[in-house]
Design a protein around this ligand. Structure first.
Ligand code: 13P
Length: 152
């Protein structure tokens, strides 16, 4: 796949997602890093978003709840280049009914090469990275060229 680049702006669009047993941990993490997260635009799946907003007062654009399609909505935003960073505390110890959606979300985050934290330690590394508040250029699939080649 040919690659092109996309600029991630200093003010980022960040998606927050947590499975039920991980929600407290995510809310605690957001509270700890409230000041750092404040200038950025937050998105989330339904329950996570409402809980984060209630617990921290930060504005969050909430999609549908995960099992009802929220993971897919976040994945669609990633495919459209509208999400720059995914913080997804997924639960490795409990099954969820929408496991294919979880996989699809993680897959699209990898396809579009955005930074992803799937646990708290990685989220800490990302938020403490000097790149967190900077403009960053990432490599992404060159979709225009991909389409042109398929239409030849
Ligand atoms: O299920 C989720 C992610 O797979 C999260 O959904 P909620 O934020 O609605 O709980």
């Amino acid at each position: 796949m040919d690659q092109t680049t996309r600029k991630i702006q200093p003010q980022k669009h960040i998606a927050l997602v947590a499975h039920d047993h991980c929600k407290n941990s995510l809310m605690e993490w957001v509270n700890i890093h409230r000041e750092k997260l404040q200038p950025h635009t937050l998105y989330a799946t339904g329950t996570t978003g409402n809980l984060v907003q209630r617990a921290t007062g930060l504005p969050v654009t909430a999609m549908l709840s995960g099992p009802m399609g929220g993971d897919q909505q976040v994945g669609a935003l990633i495919s459209e280049g509208k999400i720059d960073l995914l913080i997804f505390f997924w639960d490795p110890l409990n099954a969820v009914p929408h496991d294919p959606d979880v996989k699809a979300l993680l897959r699209l985050a990898t396809v579009w090469n955005i930074p992803v934290a799937t646990n708290r330690a990685t989220a800490d590394f990302i938020i403490h990275s000097p790149l967190f508040d900077q403009q960053v250029e990432i490599q992404i699939p060159d979709y225009e060229r991909y389409l042109q080649q398929r239409l030849k």
